[in-house]
Design a protein. Structure first.
Length: 323
């Protein structure tokens, strides 16, 4: 058990974003309690954290559905960073009940436990998926939510619950609508893997990246350390009851992504084009002026630099795997 007086909780701390957040908090001298059921999270993401930060980090393998468990872990916590979720849009359409159980009921339990423990602030990882297929870009927070998947609905309901808990129970909450996050530790092997780790792992193996559609669809990619920074700013700020876009604020097409990766890797691998996937959003770009104004968020890592660091991590990982 952590003996320090003050500590933060990260749900989903063994996941891609959560593990980066834990490291950043620990580096800043904070103590951290991690709650994760390891459904998609990995022990390797937390490797040597406990040795590196002795007495500062505690890991509880547990489902956020267990309210009693959450109550014990949240007791006397400062900030709860709620990252745990079923994160796959595709999986949410295959099993909407499971998505609802984790992302809606689970979030509600996190809120109840945070309220009862009197935590200072709850930061909620929400998503660009709340905007759905609206063709208006850039996305602004005041736009009407129009989710088109159970995942998008679950994140939107989570945002509404956060607001309600701030209003009724005076639990300060702030939602961060992440756009397409990328960086080291993102899983390329998951059947629901995001585009950047998929491209990198194929291209490192000398295989051509696969693009669904003409490759002119675009995403607003943001480096994971910038998302971590947004969380830290959100926790320190007085802003609450709303959700803010967290992105780079620019569009990159998948063709451009393949081209930049070729430059970084010194290769010339032409993408393989396959038929477009039904339901894929064509363009995504965020207006991040609210996050800049309200919490001082400004992405610090250029897309190219973020990609370079990500490729480097994948290369090291491949070398370690080969022994
Ligand atoms: N990666 C992105 O581009 C992106 C974009 C928008 C929003 N988000 C949100 O950010 C958060 C983190 O996403 P990520 O990309 O790091 O995904 P991830 O799958 O790597 O992390 C999610 C973590 O939650 C844990 N988890 C899942 N269900 C749980 C449960 N019932 N109880 C306890 N732990 C549970 C998993 O084991 C995993 O460690 C999620 O809430 C996700 O919806 C991510």
């Amino acid at each position: 058990m952590i003996v320090k007086e003050t500590f933060d909780v990260v749900t989903g701390g063994a996941g891609f974003i959560g593990s980066h957040l834990c490291r950043a908090l620990l580096r800043r001298g904070r103590s951290v309690r991690i709650v994760d059921d390891f459904s998609t999270g990995k022990w390797e993401n937390l490797a040597d954290l406990q040795q590196q930060y002795p007495g500062q980090c505690e890991i509880s393998q547990q489902d956020i559905h267990c309210l009693e468990g959450l109550r014990k872990i949240f007791d006397r916590a400062d900030t709860v960073y709620h990252q745990a979720a079923m994160t796959s849009v595709q999986k949410s359409t295959e099993d909407p009940l499971a998505c609802n159980r984790v992302n809606v009921e689970g979030t509600l339990k996190v809120l109840v436990a945070a309220r009862d423990a009197g935590v200072k602030k709850m930061i909620f990882a929400t998503s660009t998926a709340v905007y759905g297929d609206s063709e208006v870009i850039p996305k602004r927070e005041e736009m009407k939510a129009h989710p088109i998947s159970p995942y998008g609905v679950s994140k939107y309901v989570g945002e509404l619950y956060c607001r309600i808990f701030s209003e009724i129970y005076h639990l300060p909450t702030l939602g961060l609508r992440y756009f397409n996050v990328f960086g080291p530790h993102q899983d390329p092997e998951s059947e629901y893997a995001a585009v950047i780790p998929r491209f990198i792992s194929r291209m490192l193996a000398g295989e051509r990246p696969i693009i669904f559609g003409d490759g002119e669809q675009s995403r607003d990619f943001v480096f994971v350390e910038d998302v971590v920074w947004a969380n830290l700013l959100a926790a320190q700020s007085e802003v609450q009851r709303i959700s803010l876009n967290i992105a780079y604020g620019q569009r990159i097409t998948l063709n451009q992504l393949a081209e930049i990766l070729n430059q970084i890797l010194g290769q010339k691998l032409e993408p393989i084009y396959q038929s477009a996937r039904i339901g894929d959003v064509r363009h995504s770009e965020a207006d991040i002026s609210q996050a800049r104004k309200l919490i001082g968020f400004k992405p610090d890592t250029s897309f190219q630099e973020g990609l370079r660091q990500t490729v480097e991590w994948f290369q090291k990982r491949a070398l370690t795997a080969r022994g």
